[in-house]
Design a protein around this ligand. Structure first.
Ligand SMILES: [Zn+2]
Length: 251
C-alpha cells in the first residue's frame, strides 16, 4: 500500500472524510499523515487520527499563523500522543514579502527546538525563502522537505544534513521538468510522496480537489524517473517513511 505522507484532512473534507479514506484504501493508499498548519486544525486532525488506526498527524504552526504561540499548540500531551509522529508543517514563506521575516524565523526556530526536545522529525514548508531555510535548518533536526520544488542547491545542502524530500502532485505537471530533474538526482532512499490535499491535484486530476488516493499518480511518475517497477517503489517508499517517521505504524 502507498502512503500519503502529507495531506490536510481537516480542510474541506469535514463532511466526507470517511469517504476520502475509503477511496484512498480502494486505490491502494493505506496510510495517511495529516499535517496541520493552523493551530485550529489540531483538534480536528487528532480526532480523525484517534478514530482511524492508519491516520497519523504532524502538529505544527505554518508561517501564515505567525502570531500563534507554539507552547500552546505543541504541548507535551499532544506530542506524546501515539498518533502524533512529527512536528509540521513549519518553515518560512516569503511569497507575500518579508515584512514579518523576523517573526517567522522566531516561530520556526521555537518549533525546531521543541521538535529536538521531543526527538521528533520535522516537516518543512519553504517558499521563496531558500537561503534562510538553509541557514536555520541544521543537522540537529531531522525530517522532510515537504512538497519539494526548490532547486538542486537547496536539495544538496539538505541531503548532506540527512533530510528526506517529498514529491507531490507537482511532479506530474507538464511544466515541472526542473522538479523531475531534481528528483532524478535525489537518491531513492531519501524520497517519500504526498498529495498536500486538498491542493496540487496531480495529472490527470488537475483543477479538481486533491484527495489522498491521487498520490498513486505521483508514484507512477516517480517510478518512471527512477526506472523502477511500481511495486518495487511502493516497498522502498514504505521503508523510507518508516525511517523518516519512527513512530508511524504501517500495517
Ligand atoms: Zn501542506
Amino acid at each position: 500500500m502507498f502512503i500519503d505522507t502529507h495531506c490536510h484532512l481537516t480542510y474541506d473534507f469535514d463532511h466526507d472524510v470517511a469517504d476520502v479514506i475509503r477511496r484512498a484504501h480502494d486505490a491502494g493508499v493505506g496510510t495517511m499523515i495529516c499535517a496541520t498548519a493552523d493551530p485550529d486544525d489540531v483538534s480536528g486532525a487528532l480526532k480523525i487520527a484517534n478514530e482511524n488506526d492508519n491516520i497519523f498527524v504532524t502538529v505544527g504552526i505554518h508561517p501564515d499563523y505567525v502570531n500563534a504561540n507554539p507552547n500552546d499548540v505543541l504541548t507535551d500531551e499532544i506530542l506524546n500522543n501515539p498518533h502524533v509522529i512529527g512536528v509540521g508543517e513549519i518553515g518560512l514563506d516569503y511569497h507575500d514579502g518579508t515584512q514579518n521575516r523576523d517573526a517567522q524565523i522566531q516561530l520556526f526556530e521555537q518549533q525546531l527546538e521543541i521538535a529536538r526536545a521531543h526527538n521528533l522529525p520535522v516537516a518543512i514548508h519553504t517558499r521563496d525563502a531558500e537561503a534562510d531555510t538553509a541557514n536555520i535548518l541544521t543537522d540537529k533536526n531531522h525530517g522532510v522537505m515537504h512538497c519539494f520544488t526548490s532547486n538542486w542547491d537547496l536539495a544538496r545542502v539538505m541531503l548532506d544534513r540527512g533530510f528526506y524530500f517529498s514529491a507531490s502532485g507537482i511532479l506530474t505537471f507538464k511544466n515541472a521538468e526542473s522538479v523531475r530533474e531534481t528528483f532524478a538526482k535525489i537518491p531513492i532512499d531519501r524520497i517519500v510522496i504526498e498529495t498536500d490535499a486538498p491542493y496540487c491535484a496531480p495529472v490527470p486530476y488537475r483543477g479538481k480537489k486533491c484527495e489522498p488516493f491521487m498520490v498513486v499518480e505521483t508514484a507512477r511518475i516517480l517510478a518512471q524517473i527512477k526506472n523502477l517497477q511500481i511495486d518495487e517503489l511502493e516497498k522502498i517508499l514504505s521503508k523510507n517513511t518508516e525511517k523518516l517517521y519512527p513512530k508511524i505504524k504501517i500495517d
